[in-house]
Structures are given as C-alpha cells and as structure tokens.
Design a protein around this ligand. Structure first.
Ligand code: FMN
Length: 249
C-alpha cells in the first residue's frame, strides 16, 4: 500500500489528529509538585481515566490489572509516611554507592493529590499466555502489560487536564507488604505503581528532555556509528536523566 492510498483510508479515530495526539504525548509529564489539594477530582473523571486503563493491550489479553482508588485523607497520609520510611535505605544506598543523595527522592508533594490510584497486577492471569511464553517470559509480559495500562491512565489524565506521576517504590517489599495489609489486598496480587491524580499548577521550568529521534533510529541495519560509547552515555546521564543536574523534579 502506498502512502497515498493509506491517506485515503478513513482515520481510526475521527476527530483525533496526529498533531493533537503527539501534543498530548509531549505535554504529559511527571508532575511532582503543585498539586491543588482543594480542587476536587470527580468520580466521573476517575472513571474515564480508569476506562482508558481498561483498554490497554496486554499479553494474551490477560488484563492483569486492578485499581484501588484512594480518596481518604488519612489513608493517603499513611501512604506518605510509608513512602518516607522506605526512602531511608534508598537514600542511604545511593549515598554509599554514588556519594550523593539528592537525585533519588522526588519528594512527598504528591500527598496533595486528592486521589491516589494504586495499580495492582494479578500474576495468575499469566495462564492466558501460550505455555512457552508463560515459561520463558511471563515476567516481561506481565510487567509490560501493566506498564501499558499505567501509561494509558496517565495519558487520559493529561487529556482531561489532570496531572500525575509514577510512584514505583510502592513495589518494594516493605511498601508492598504495608499497603497490602493496610488496604486488604490479597497476597497473590502484585503491587505495581501508585499514581497520584490531581489538578496541578505546573512549573514552567520543568525540564525532562528527550534524545533526538535521529540518534535512536537505524535504517535497514543497525548504524554502528550511532552506538554510544561510555563517555556519551555518561554525558547522557548528566544532561538528560534524573541523575543529571538539569532534570527538574
Ligand atoms: C517504570 C517507571 C518507574 C518510575 N518510577 C518513578 C518513581 O518512583 N518516582 C518518580 O518520581 N518518577 C518515576 N518515574 C518517572 C520518570 O522519572 C519519568 O517518566 C521520566 O523522568 C521522564 O519524565 P516525564 O514523565 O516527565 O516525561 C518512573 C517512570 C517509569 C516509566
């Protein structure tokens, strides 16, 4: 099919242009400060966000996700306390290994987000995969499926003018056990990510850059001239990753 005939086909999503789609992707950012605690997020908004998560693609259509929607202030404050406690050894490890403690902690401003969505996965759904897939790569497929679901939730939030961020530390052993016991989550389930959701005043200085497309695209064969050496990787860490001074939490 030529590009011309492709263009003649009806668009999959009437009213959605590629420009507006890319715009949503570019605007979605991890928002870690500025949540407006007094601006309510309605149940209808949360339902639309979760509907986006429900439609995520999953390995074998296993749909491993479930969502715990938390609004209760005391529960959210307790989550923040657990977050702070589990952060202690993360900071200590960073300091011991890399001699700095600054870049591991995005802070606890997320506590102001009026809704917390906890995404949990059910590994028993791995039985949906073909047997070889289940034996070979259940873990990659299980987590990729959950990741798709989370991303769809974050994108839907962006479309609705809401902000969010990832709190992946909830999956650590201590955090998971504490959350499971606090929220009555069955032991078989896996705690995946916590997504605080709220309206936020966004900082204009937010700086989460992306590598240029040309650097990462290889045409027909891998272009070895683009294979990054140690120095280039170190430069990348410094200028773009959260370990670099330019990254703004
Ligand atoms: C699997 C995964 C785990 C992440 N965990 C955290 C986290 O625990 N805390 C945090 O502040 N950001 C976390 N992030 C957010 C990334 O730091 C962020 O997506 C990245 O720096 C790009 O910034 P952006 O989301 O604003 O585009 C995580 C992202 C992913 C995909």
């Amino acid at each position: 099919m030529t590009p011309e005939t492709l263009q003649e086909l009806p668009t999959a999503g009437p009213g959605v242009s590629i420009e507006s789609f890319l715009d949503v992707l570019r605007r979605r950012r991890s928002i870690r400060t500025g949540f407006l605690k007094d601006r309510p997020v309605t149940d209808a908004l949360i339902e639309q966000i979760l509907e986006a998560g429900r439609w995520a693609p999953s390995a074998g259509n296993s749909q491993p996700w479930e969502f715990v929607v938390i609004r209760n202030l005391e529960t959210r404050e307790r989550i923040v306390e657990i977050f702070k406690t589990q952060m202690r050894d993360k900071v200590e490890i960073e300091e011991a290994a890399r001699g700095q403690r600054r870049r591991v902690n995005a802070g606890v401003d997320f506590r102001h987000a009026p809704v917390h969505i906890l995404v949990v996965g059910d590994p028993r759904t791995n039985d949906a995969y073909p047997m070889r897939t289940k034996l070979d790569k259940w873990e990659a497929h299980f987590f990729s499926s959950l990741a798709n679901c989370v991303l769809q939730i974050l994108l839907a939030a962006e479309v609705l003018g809401l902000s969010s961020m990832y709190i992946s530390d909830v999956a650590s052993p201590y955090f998971s056990v504490m959350l499971k016991s606090m929220l009555g989550i069955p032991d078989q389930l896996q705690i995946y990510h916590l997504l605080p959701i709220g309206f936020a005043k966004r900082s204009p200085t937010i700086h989460h850059p992306r590598r240029p497309l040309e650097e990462m695209v290889h045409r027909e064969r891998y272009d070895r001239s683009k294979f990054r050496g140690e120095a280039e990787l170190q430069e990348f860490m410094k200028t773009m990753s959260i370990r670099g001074g330019e990254y703004r939490f």
